[in-house]
Design a protein around this ligand. Structure first.
Ligand SMILES: [Zn+2]
Length: 429
């Protein structure tokens, strides 16, 4: 497929339609971050696409305007939510919170981007009628085979109308870590508006722009995530769709996310003050200006220089360097920092679906995590740096045998046998 067919550029804000933008910062162009390669695909061309973050001058929504066709990125998705026990616990808490709030006591729940159906299963266990809408064919098939009814489709206004015609209005609509991926957000929320019953509520979780800025999570910026949401722009967007934000909570998933609670305009759910509180905090941070983005860009540059210098210095002394973690964001980080297979021999990753593959663009081989001890390099750079503490703790034996971990962000830290106890004692994760 040619680059022209899969790439397009928006000219209007995804939330308000405004035509004017500022560039918040430019990251180096990359291929789609989840386009891992098999060994026999290493010779095939991989187009790179611009990865620039823009801010709308009218509503201040932070977003990508360079769009890669989602059918290229999502038809076979390697991430399966049911694999992590921490994540399942998170979903149980979400279910209990939502069922505690929902005014309809025999609700119909629809999940947008239902993945393998883990959340559907949890609601079903409480006797709730459920339906998932999931575009990845392998995940939808898995969910259906396991008794979690799932429509294999992208959620949009047509899908919403079809669901309502067949199953009636929804009282609960959930969307976890999916709305940041959708380019045609107005159509999706038009569908939510039409599908949701008059006393219904919609809950969606997305990465929170405030966390991206405060924690320096710039590597969560890749083409699959077209929006970086904050409360201010979302309030106006929902109002224009005939909807209303009545509560918002900061949560820890994905390095820092926000959970939005939405109802019909003037609906029955009471405001709890959380929306106003977060809005005030965003204004304090200066999210309506470019200054927090400029500060983040400078911080990223310092981290990049420090890591490149560390690797160069280590290799010049004959040391071997491996890496830990091959999440999608490693593509952003390695491209932006200018690192490749010459710098890092391999990436060790827990996900068996990724082992044996190569990273997009940079072609670093992904191996299982036993490589840390089996193939013991001198240094292991932790690219899944938001999980650094638990990785260091789990692989303490590597350090005890003389290995060193390098944690590149938020600022470079080296963990060796000399400071591992202090690191573990003083680091929260
Ligand atoms: Zn806008």
């Amino acid at each position: 497929m040619s680059a022209n067919k899969v790439h397009s550029k928006r000219t209007a804000c995804r939330l308000c339609g405004g035509p004017d933008f500022d560039v918040a910062f430019r990251l180096k162009p990359t291929p789609p971050a989840n386009a891992y390669l098999q060994k026999d695909e290493l010779g095939t061309p991989e187009p790179c696409f611009p990865l620039d973050l823009y801010v709308c001058r009218a509503c201040h929504h932070a977003q990508l305007l360079d769009i890669v066709d989602p059918s290229v990125m999502f038809r076979h998705y390697a991430y399966v939510s049911g694999t992590s026990s921490v994540f399942v616990q998170h979903l149980k808490e979400l279910r209990d919170d939502v069922l505690g709030r929902c005014l309809n006591k025999s609700p119909f729940m629809v999940e947008i981007g239902s993945n393998d159906g883990t959340l559907l299963k949890l609601f079903k266990e409480r006797g709730v009628k459920v339906l998932g809408v999931e575009p990845a064919d392998n995940l939808a098939a898995f969910a259906n085979e396991n008794g979690r009814p799932t429509l294999n489709a992208f959620f949009n206004s047509d899908t919403a109308a079809a669901v309502r015609a067949k199953d009636g209005p929804a009282h609960i609509i959930c969307a976890n870590n999916v709305l940041a991926h959708i380019d045609a957000l107005s159509d999706v929320f038009g569908g939510i508006k039409d599908l949701m019953d008059k006393d219904g509520l919609c809950v969606f979780e997305v990465s929170y722009l405030v966390d991206v800025i405060e924690k320096g999570l710039f590597d969560t910026i890749y083409h699959e995530h077209v929006s970086y949401h904050s409360v201010g722009p979302v309030i106006g967007f929902l109002a224009r769709a005939g909807l209303e934000l009545f509560a918002a909570q900061r949560i820890s998933t994905q390095g820092g996310s926000i959970r939005f609670f939405v109802q019909h305009a003037n609906g029955p759910y009471k405001h709890d003050g959380s929306v106003e509180q977060l809005l005030g905090y965003e204004q304090e941070l200066g999210l309506g200006t470019l200054s927090p983005f400029n500060a983040l860009a400078a911080r990223i540059e310092r981290s990049s220089e420090a890591l490149r210098a560390k690797i160069k210095d280590s290799k010049s002394k004959g040391a071997r360097v491996g890496g830990y973690g091959a999440p999608a964001k490693v593509t952003t980080l390695m491209h932006h920092f200018g690192l490749g297979a010459d710098d890092v021999e391999f990436l060790a990753d827990d996900n068996p679906l990724k082992q044996g593959l190569y990273t997009p663009g940079k072609h670093v081989p992904i191996v299982d995590t036993s490589a840390i001890s089996r193939n013991a390099p001198d240094y292991v750079v932790i690219f899944a740096w938001n999980f650094a503490r638990s990785i260091v703790e789990t692989h303490r034996a590597f350090v005890d045998k003389g290995g060193k971990f390098v944690i590149p962000l938020p600022s470079l830290v080296e963990v060796s046998s000399a400071n591992i106890d202090q690191y573990l004692a003083t680091t929260k994760n």
